[in-house]
Design a protein. Structure first.
Length: 238
């Protein structure tokens, strides 16, 4: 039977790797993008050239109720939702305005809430996977306190939705550590060395290493895993 996954923020980085992993496993994909239409269309082509699946691009800002609600009208049925879209705005808290702080909360936390709210009616049963972060558990930093708070919120939402949607929908989250994407591309070299030193596998992770775990959690192999946060951080120490 045809299966459909919606992946938010799927134009690049971890979201793109997740889209490729689901396509490899025969899923049709609703590929959400925010601003990057060209990248969305190029990924759509890359996937459909390689795999016999359907890919539909959906433009919406996960932080906008109106846009999310409208985009969901184009989705008849969903089996899996991956709440991946996220932003980080590194800037110490003395120089961070409330507006900047709230923008991160609205995208990462508000977006996860909104997309889940409007996607659930499309799911008779299925799986939701939220992309949280180790930053929401124990990797706090004054430069990213908005991001850390948003990801702690995503973890809490995961537990809450898991309760609310059981037993038909399983809800889990992954908490990646430092993964090589645009989000981490401009890390200062000394800081990068520091985090690699703190990591037991002595390197940053690749988006594909997150995508494999996300797909596993969505699969029947993980049918008894619910309300869990899976760390993917190479054994990062504080
Ligand atoms: P990335 O390369 O910066 O990509 C972010 C994606 O989110 C892009 O596709 C972007 O779309 C989309 N996005 C941003 N704001 C959006 C909005 N308002 N509505 C819809 N889409 C939006 O980031 P990444 O590293 O792959 O991160 C993906 C997720 O993993 C995020 O939730 C992030 O917090 C989490 N994470 C990342 C790391 C890491 O080390 N990289 C670690 C832990 C957790 P456009 O291209 O259209 O702007």
């Amino acid at each position: 039977m045809e299966k459909w996954v919606l992946i938010t923020g799927a134009t690049r980085g971890i979201g793109k790797a997740i889209a490729l992993e689901f396509a490899l496993n025969g899923y049709n994909i609703f590929l959400n993008y925010h601003t990057n239409k060209e990248k969305a269309l190029s990924l759509q082509k890359e996937i459909t050239d390689k795999y016999p699946v359907l890919v539909k691009c959906l433009k919406f800002d996960v932080a906008s109720s109106e846009e999310v609600k409208e985009a969901m009208q184009d989705i008849p049925k969903l089996d899996v939702l991956v709440n991946n879209a996220g932003i980080a705005r590194d800037n110490d808290y003395f120089n961070k305005s409330k507006k900047e702080f709230m923008q991160v909360l609205e995208t990462n936390l508000g977006g996860t809430f909104l997309v889940t709210k409007y996607a659930v009616p499309k799911m008779d049963e299925g799986v939701i996977i939220n992309i949280a972060s180790n930053a929401g558990i124990d990797d706090y930093c004054e430069y990213s306190l908005d991001y850390d708070a948003s990801k702690a919120g995503v973890i809490n939402l995961t537990h809450n939705f898991a309760q609310a949607l059981a037993p038909k929908i399983r809800v889990n989250a992954v908490a990646p550590g430092w993964i090589k994407t645009d989000m981490t591309a401009s890390l200062e070299p000394n800081f990068k060395k520091e985090i690699i030193d703190k990591c037991l596998v002595k390197r940053m992770g690749n988006p594909e290493e997150v995508a494999k775990v996300v797909y596993f959690l969505a699969s029947e192999e993980a049918s008894y895993i619910n309300d869990t946060i899976v760390r993917i951080d190479g054994g990062l120490k504080k």
